[in-house]
Write a protein that binds this ligand. Structure first.
Ligand code: NAD
Length: 964
């Protein structure tokens, strides 16, 4: 069956297609607007609701609005009162609270916060703490109660019965975050089963299922592992739902899960046992450019199975994260429209498509009166043609008006503990508080803006993507972003896999003749350093382009020789390209002569030049990115280069150097010498080496420093990037799921073989209680195996020697600590090391890094004290912090001794020119790689001061006319 894909569809073309298909004529549009007005005036007459109050009272973009939302996101789930108090205090500090806003009905939260502000800094403050805390808790609970139907399915169905009206029914969504562990997935599965049964017995409504709750690895790359188990779980739920005749909807999630969602739905829907049952369906998001094709896919499926499929059309819930994800991953385009009007347009056209389909029963989930009125118009006001849906706690009055007209209204009703659901609710509120939101515009009474139909809005305008949202390829001014590969797209993933050769390309790794290489480079130096920075920059950009065209060969090399997973191989090729383009750009800026201001009659010219022949010595763990990064920096600055790849990865090094030569960098300017530490030592000791760039272990870095110090002649600079003893601090305000995602990625991603990897987790006792069990589960869900299989998360370490060393370190830790979890695997290859997390609380902190998938955990009372302990070890590479407390963020930014500090995110994956990378103390000399200071360290400065008045005075000064 033809798949629904968004590839090759740019936004302008997609919008033009939608405009061509726009189904409302002039008269229909006028009628739709009148109807929307009518529904909304019902709204105005009705008593004010909490959402409207909130949206009017708070500008969610303001400090006040954000503070309230951030408080709501974290307050109820923080286990200890002390941390809750700090959060409250921080949020009160952050917000203005001067505005008189809102009215009395909804504002316990505001009240609590304002009251807090009033007493802050006064003697009353001491007394006010507990009062504030109680009021805030009540305020947050009230906010949650407004949007959550019930904390249990029984409560929710009881509330639904109590509040439900004629022609209104409920679709219960029974959770917040997706599964991180198989245990979570099992629990959620059981929860769904129970919910279906209870809802069925009570005849209370339907159930919405998030597929991400059914499997911790619900990803296209893991299709081979998750597809069958997910199908069987969904089928089980569908059979149960059919038995109780409970409508079952599969929720829509991020675009990268869309192909997999459709495939799972297709298989389950087609199961013979469900034949004849037509209350099964899925949600589709109109903000995706591919949606018309997705609808076609569902229509074809319905036709093929001769069954009705229910479709809930919504605008989409992950818009901002889709934008960020596509930018970060360097995708070819956004999957979503970048302008809200384009989505509004898509909603109507897609809604029309649904209405026309004979195999689809549509439900329109929207709070936009005009969108709904337009669809009502298209349905000829047949109240049975579709159902309308709203979120519980929002948009009540428009839907009430529709219900009165005879439409059936579905209510999407979150069910679950308030502390679990608040993060979800906050997302919803922020979405609706955005400037372009219908609810917000309507709440602020801007009706003309609100009721202009999308077609009219676009009339006479240039159709274009939002000018303030940078396309993923154009993220950086003045240089191209490297291209990523959308591994969430089934077809793209399959094509990519097919293009990566099983065998690496044959590479002649070349010689290890240091003498010859240095002599040849020495000869080439003058002419290379005298080429223009522009010329050098162009060659580096050409090299980046070549890496793009030859990327599949590079992936094969990185996977076979470097033992990398596909996502790691892709990000490494991207990083290497980014280095080339970034240094090219920096060279153009930093190597142009500068004329410095001085007295008339004197010219002061400042220039930069190469130093001579640079030795670039790279490690095996980034055999392309770091290797090429060092070379590119040295070359951009006008140096000749002798590059030595690590002995474990000679082919990658040789292949990359071959590409550089193909890009026009002369062979005598850039040499590759192969070999182990002995060759490295020979190279650094060579008298004609003018500078050394080294990335690797601290011990070797020190050795090189001594070698250089002992040399006669010029003082040779060393740029060293060495080891890290990297810690992450986690307090009890952090979101456990986020912490675990980031710990898994930072500690075990790339089998822990990144210099930035997390080694020491410092975690508050209170947080540990929730985080560690989740971490165990998430580690159990990790798949360890051949990195060529994309469903494996962790591959082997680089070689047997490394594995043996790791086993020794692990044995030592096991003898002193308590295993939190050690992963299992079936690999017989001796290079596999199972990721392990060990609780070392009470033991001294380690003195050095263990370069593999080994995490040492310390449960601590005083995080700041623990961080000072890590600082005392004298490394300073990366540091991570998970907290919701702004004051803690601020304190730790300066407290943590690290070159790179990461807050509420993973600690790995620094991006060139965005997060310049590198540490100090035992972690390196600086300057950071991929930063504004890099090229300066690779170059010499020269200044020429010329007395232009020496011969006969300053003619131009003398000739100056009066300025009267
Ligand atoms: P390593 O120090 O063993 O080797 C690095 C390079 O130095 C290799 O090319 C090796 O052949 C060469 N070498 C070894 N002895 C030498 C000598 N006496 N003189 C000159 N060169 C010599 O490191 P590795 O095992 O390849 O890499 C892992 C280490 O690198 C870890 O400690 C990791 O933290 C560090 N690393 C640091 C960064 C960073 O940016 N700070 C990045 C990646 C890796």
């Amino acid at each position: 069956m033809k798949r629904a894909t968004f590839k090759d569809m740019n936004e302008v073309q997609a919008v033009k297609d939608l405009l061509d298909a726009y189904p409302l004529d002039h008269a229909m549009r006028i009628r739709a607007k009148d109807r929307a007005l009518k529904w909304m005036s019902r709204d105005a007459k009705a008593k004010s609701d909490m959402t409207t109050d909130l949206l009017q009272g708070f500008d969610l973009g303001s400090a006040e609005g954000r503070a309230l939302m951030e408080l709501a996101e974290a307050y109820l789930r923080i286990p200890d009162a002390a941390t809750r108090d700090i959060l409250l205090r921080d949020k009160i500090d952050a917000a203005g609270w001067n505005k008189e806003s809102g009215n009395a009905t909804s504002k316990l939260a505001q009240y609590a916060l304002r009251m807090g502000k009033g007493v802050m800094g006064t003697p009353l403050a001491m007394l006010a703490g507990p009062i504030m805390a109680t009021a805030a808790k009540q305020g947050m609970t009230m906010l949650a109660q407004h949007f959550v139907m019930g904390e249990t399915i029984d409560q929710a169905t009881a509330n639904a019965r109590k509040n439900g009206r004629l022609r209104e029914w409920f679709s219960f969504d029974v959770l917040g975050e997706g599964a991180r562990t198989h245990e979570d997935a099992e629990r959620y599965f059981e929860g769904y089963k129970e919910a279906i049964e209870r809802v069925g017995r009570n005849k209370a409504g339907g159930i919405s299922v998030k597929l991400s709750a059914l499997h911790p690895k619900f990803e296209e790359t893991h299709r081979s592992a998750c597809f069958e188990p997910m199908c069987s779980k969904l089928l089980h739920l569908a059979k149960l739902a059919a038995a109780f005749n409970v409508p079952l909807m599969v929720d829509a999630e991020e675009d990268r899960r869309c192909d997999l969602t459709l495939a799972i739905f297709e298989k389950v829907r087609g199961d013979a046992i469900l034949q004849g049952w037509d209350r099964f369906g899925l949600a589709i998001q109109a903000y995706l450019k591919r949606t018309p094709k997705t609808i076609q896919f569902v229509q074809d499926l319905g036709q093929r199975l001769n069954t009705i499929i229910n479709v809930r059309l919504v605008k989409g819930a992950y818009w901002d994260s889709e934008i960020k994800y596509a930018q970060m991953m360097g995708h070819d385009d956004f999957p979503v429209f970048t302008q809200k009007t384009h989505t509004d347009l898509s909603y109507i056209v897609c809604g029309h498509q649904l209405l026309q389909s004979s195999y689809i029963r549509p439900a329109f989930g929207s709070h936009n009166a005009l969108s709904l009125a337009s669809l009502a118009e298209l349905a000829g006001h047949d109240v049975n043609a579709f159902e309308t849906q709203r979120l519980h706690g929002m948009g009540d009055h428009i839907h009430e008006a529709m219900r009165e007209e005879g439409y059936s209204v579905g209510v999407y009703a979150p069910v679950g503990p308030h502390h679990d659901l608040l993060p979800y609710l906050v997302r919803r509120l922020l979405e609706n508080g955005a400037n372009t939101s219908f609810l917000k515009n309507a709440a602020q009474g801007d009706l003309d803006k609100t009721l202009l139909d999308p077609c009219a809005k676009l009339q006479g305008r240039d159709i274009r993507p939002h000018p303030s949202i940078r396309h993923p390829h154009n993220l950086y001014p003045g240089r191209d972003n490297s291209r990523g590969i959308n591994l969430g797209d089934h077809e793209t993933l399959q094509t990519t896999l097919a293009k990566i050769p099983q065998q690496s390309p044959v590479v002649n790794t070349g010689a290890s003749d240091v003498q010859h290489a240095v002599a040849s480079a020495q000869k080439a130096f003058k002419s290379w350093t005298n080429t223009s920075a522009e010329n050098r920059a162009q060659k580096l950009e050409k090299l980046a382009d070549l890496m793009e065209t030859r990327k599949h060969e590079l992936f094969a090399l990185l996977q076979n020789e470097g033992r990398k997973t596909l996502p790691d191989a892709i990000s490494e090729v991207r990083e290497a390209q980014d280095f080339c383009r970034y240094y090219a750009q920096q060279a153009r800026i930093q190597f142009a002569p500068q004329y410095l201001p001085g007295p008339d009659g004197e010219r002061n010219m400042y220039t930069r030049h190469g130093r001579g022949v640079f030795a670039c010595i790279a490690p095996w763990n980034f055999p392309l990115a770091i290797f090429i990064g060092q070379c590119a920096a040295a070359l951009a600055a006008g140096n000749c280069v002798i590059a030595k790849p690590a002995e474990q990865t000679p082919q990658i090094g040789a292949f990359a150097i071959g590409l550089a030569h193909e890009a026009g960098i002369p062979k005598d300017v850039l040499h590759c010498v192969q070999g182990d530490g002995k060759i490295g030592a020979q190279l650094t000791a060579h008298p004609d080496i003018a500078g050394v760039a080294f990335t690797g272990s601290y011990e070797v870095g020190k050795m090189i420093q001594r070698t250089l110090a002992q040399k006669e002649g010029p003082i040779v600079p060393l740029i060293a990037e060495t080891a890290g003893l990297n810690a992450m601090a986690v307090d009890s305000s952090a979101l456990p799921e986020q912490v675990v995602d980031d710990v898994i990625l930072s500690a075990f991603g790339s089998a822990g073989q990144r210099c930035s990897a997390l080694r020491i987790l410092l975690i508050e006792e209170n947080a540990a209680k929730r985080v560690l069990p989740l971490l165990q589960g998430a580690m159990r869900a990790l798949r360890i195996g051949n990195p060529r299989d994309t469903s494996n998360d962790v591959g082997p370490v680089i070689d047997e020697e490394a594995a043996q060393n790791l086993h020794k370190s692990i044995a030592d830790l096991k003898s002193r600590g308590k295993i939190v979890h050690e992963c299992a695997h079936n690999e017989t290859d001796k290079t596999f090391v199972a990721p392990i997390a060990i609780d070392m609380t009470g033991q001294p902190l380690p003195d050095a890094e263990i370069f593999g998938p080994v995490l040492q955990i310390y449960r601590v009372k005083d995080l700041a004290e623990a961080v000072r302990g890590v600082n005392a070890k004298n490394y300073a590479l990366t540091f991570g912090l998970h907290t919701r407390l702004p004051s803690r963020e601020k304190d730790f930014e300066s407290l943590a001794e690290a070159g790179n500090v990461y807050i509420n995110r993973s600690m790995i994956g620094a991006v060139v020119g965005v997060q310049p990378f590198g540490g100090h103390h035992r972690s390196g000399t600086g300057p950071k790689a991929g930063g504004p200071a890099t090229l300066l360290a690779y170059s010499l400065e020269k200044h020429i001061s010329t007395n232009t008045a020496a011969a006969g005075g300053n003619a131009s000064l003398v000739a100056l006319e009066d300025d009267l």
